[in-house]
Design a protein around this ligand. Structure first.
Ligand code: GLA
Length: 733
């Protein structure tokens, strides 16, 4: 066994997880308390003198039976706080025992270290290619009275500044208990004047960067919508006030989960920061019978000593390399035309063919048939659940149209919304009980649609069977899996009354199960996630679908903010981004075609407009964009990503990507508003080789890498609002 990433100092009772970038230290203290010592830049050794100070603190009580008033679980930094143990922080776990009490007093019981990283059953997680890549420390904490064991999992990767955490709860006792809260992790910090960065938003307005001070008290960033949500992405960073994009400490936390989540940040009475992350305990109550286990989702923890850019780069690599599984994660992502904003529901095969023909002429690589091809869905009031083709729109069947698309040299993609049911559907008429609802109550519609009771295997199997009937034909190259409402009226018909608190989480597990069965059966289909745009844009989703529609807002200027926030955690290749018509259909803004192209090239490029209605000039622009994107997409999709200028704080947005060998870079600068007598602005590049010379491909001008990074170049003065400029640099040495 090769244990060098994790050591245990028997004398000091200190665990040290380390690689050459980071250290994570924890210790066993009085009364079997598992305390947190440190997470951050690598330290070689830990000396016990640095322990948490002993001091009698008023109103912070002591260990049961102890006369030592200087040790309190309420003050010391801990790894996992529970209700019922003289700790007034918001608990990581709460258990309800048969006697009605919620007491839980966790004490250290044992540890083991494993090479590699075990899988999380039924849940997405970071994985390892070989066992040498990471090591896992599993610390067992026990509640002696109830014989509940909490196994805290910590994995450290050898070559990444990353620790992953999750918890497994095992009932080794004789009685059934109920878990009322089970966070995936807790971490405490002393003397850090942290600010918190989150990614809140709304439908068509996702993932804005917000940064705020942490006042004393508990601050909650969460979703109770049944999904990770547009409203609060399951991510949070703790940063020092002076931390910037490229300087200072940044701690990033991403929950690998697509359901209800809760990030609790607490600044306590001693100015200590306490952070819990996990499944939201709202309407959560999980029955744990004797011998049963509960697995929490996983959290990815990233440390950066060089600001937010480096934190993001670590997340990007981790999510791309070790969360995504699809074979497409390393392939150039195809340029798509999607008919949604082109036709909405108003189409048939005859109307779509010319779009396909035009797409072919312009060099586009895939046609995606969006909502409305099935049942009798001419608007959004019907047919969800009826996954068979509408013969009115496709008289010769879907296969016939797919053949046409293929014959034109394009791939063929198809939209599904598998978790839903319409009242007006054959599925509802045959199986009204499949619709999720609370017995005796009328469920609330949203977009006039309802959820399936997905926790029931019979329901999942029905949808699975319908989908494979279409997919087994082998003519589908891509699937867009949508979800256009959030959960309400939550109830799982197969569960008894006292287990209804499991329904939210079981919905997510069931969603993962259905999705997993499909992605496993069809490894050659590229799956794209979507939930009214970016409503399920999370690391858990990336485990199944390597790309996700970032937002229903396709306006290039709104997208700057959305994509900027998205880039804090998620790699560019995960984010699909399309050029649509102007004025934009979501906000009416008029933007230049080139700007729309430049912004969409930030992620996986596509077009979401009626190509047949383009003017000759715009058609030429599309052809130019497509051919340009084909030349640069290896770098823009997979290169190292740098945020240069934030649209949240200034009039410009700029970003760039650099190839791994630093021989090529693509830079985009967008001026938002135009001004008379504008200031001179400069863009300074990052990540180039200072000793190399680079050629601007458009002008053939030569610059030193050091010049481009240290001096930067003057941006052209914008003539008109919303102007974008792209640069492509190639090393000549
Ligand atoms: C969601 C998606 C859109 C489109 C529509 C179809 O809003 O985000 O891209 O697929 O559904 O109903």
């Amino acid at each position: 066994m090769n244990h060098e990433l994790i050591t245990f100092d028997q004398e000091q009772k200190v665990f040290h997880l380390h690689n050459d970038k980071i250290s994570y230290l924890l210790a066993i203290e009085d009364g079997g308390t598992l305390s947190h010592l440190y997470f951050g830049k690598r330290v070689k050794n830990y000396h016990g003198q640095l322990r948490y100070p002993r001091r009698d603190r008023g109103f912070s009580g002591n260990l049961p039976g102890s006369l030592d008033r200087t040790f309190s679980r309420d003050s010391i930094l801990k790894e996992y706080s529970t209700a019922g143990e003289m700790d007034y922080h918001t608990p990581a776990a709460i258990v309800r025992h048969p006697d009605g009490a919620n007491a839980l007093f966790l004490t250290y019981q044992s540890y083991r270290i494993e090479d590699g990283k075990p899988d999380l059953k039924g849940l997405p997680h970071a994985w390892v290619k070989n066992k040498n890549e990471a090591q896992t420390l599993i610390i067992r904490l026990e509640d002696k009275k109830s014989q509940l064991d909490f196994d805290l999992y910590y994995t450290i990767y050898r070559d990444r500044p990353v620790v992953t955490r999750s918890v497994q709860v095992l009932n080794n006792g004789q009685e059934t208990v109920f878990l009322e809260k089970a966070a995936s992790m807790q971490i405490d910090f002393a003397d850090r004047n942290f600010e918190v960065i989150t990614l809140p938003g709304a439908h068509a307005n996702e993932r804005h960067v917000e940064r705020e001070k942490i006042g004393q008290g508990i601050h909650v960033y969460s979703s109770i919508r049944g999904t990770s949500s547009h409203q609060m992405n399951p991510f949070l960073a703790l940063v020092d006030p002076e931390t910037t994009e490229n300087n200072g400490d940044a701690y990033g936390f991403s929950l690998v989960y697509s359901g209800n989540h809760k990030f609790e940040v607490e600044r306590d009475q001693f100015n200590q920061i306490h952070l819990n992350i996990g499944i939201n305990d709202f309407n959560f109550k999980w029955q744990l019978a004797p011998k049963a286990e509960f697995q929490t989702p996983e959290v990815l923890m990233v440390y950066s000593a060089h600001g937010l850019n480096q934190m993001s780069q670590t997340f990007h690599r981790l999510i791309h390399d070790r969360i995504m599984r699809s074979k497409f994660k390393d392939q150039l992502r195809p340029i798509v035309v999607n008919n949604w904003e082109a036709t909405y529901f108003d189409f048939d095969e005859d109307k779509l063919r010319p779009i396909v023909d035009k797409a072919k002429d312009l060099g586009i690589e895939m046609f995606v048939l969006d909502d409305g091809w099935f049942g009798h869905r001419d608007d959004d009031n019907s047919s969800l659940g009826d996954w068979y083709v509408d013969h009115k729109k496709f008289p010769k069947g879907l296969g016939h149209f797919a053949d046409y698309v293929h014959h034109q040299g394009l791939k063929f993609g198809l939209w599904f919304e598998p978790e839903m049911i319409s009242y007006d559907s054959d599925l509802y008429r045959q199986h009204p009980d499949y619709l999720m609802h609370v017995p005796g109550r009328k469920p609330s519609p949203s977009r006039n649609q309802y959820l399936l009771d997905l926790g029931r295997k019979e329901v999942r199997d029905n949808i699975y069977e319908q989908m494979i009937k279409i997919l087994d034909g082998g003519k589908i190259d891509y699937i867009k899996w949508d979800m256009n409402r959030h959960l309400s009226d939550i109830y799982e018909a197969d569960l008894p009354a006292d287990r209804q608190g499991e329904a939210y989480h079981r919905y997510v597990l069931s969603y993962y199960d259905l999705l997993d069965r499909l992605v496993t059966r069809y490894p050659n289909i590229l799956f794209e996630g979507c939930s009214g745009g970016g409503g399920r844009f999370d690391a858990g989703q990336a485990y199944y679908t390597p790309q996700i529609w970032a937002s229903d807002n396709s306006d290039a200027i709104a997208r700057l903010v959305i994509q900027y926030g998205t880039s804090l955690v998620y790699p560019q290749s995960m984010m699909t981004s399309h050029v649509s018509v102007s004025p934009n259909e979501q906000n009416g803004r008029i933007t230049p075609f080139d700007t729309r192209g430049a912004v969409a090239m930030w992620g996986d490029l596509g077009y979401e407009l009626d190509l047949t209605k383009l003017s000759a000039a715009d058609s030429r622009k599309v052809a130019k964009q497509v051919s340009k994107y084909k030349k640069i997409r290896q770098i823009t999709q997979y290169g190292k990503f740098y945020r240069l200028k934030s649209p949240m704080t200034g009039n410009q947005c700029a970003w760039m990507t650099v190839s791994p060998d630093q021989s090529e870079a693509v830079v985009t600068v967008v001026d938002i508003m135009a001004y008379a007598q504008p200031y001179c602005t400069k863009t300074k590049l990052m990540g180039l080789d200072p000793s190399k010379r680079y050629e601007d491909v458009a002008t053939q001008e030569i610059f030193g890498g050091d010049e481009l990074m240290n001096l930067g170049f003057y941006d052209p003065f914008a003539n008109g609002d919303f102007q974008a400029k792209m640069y492509h640099f190639k090393a000549v040495d």
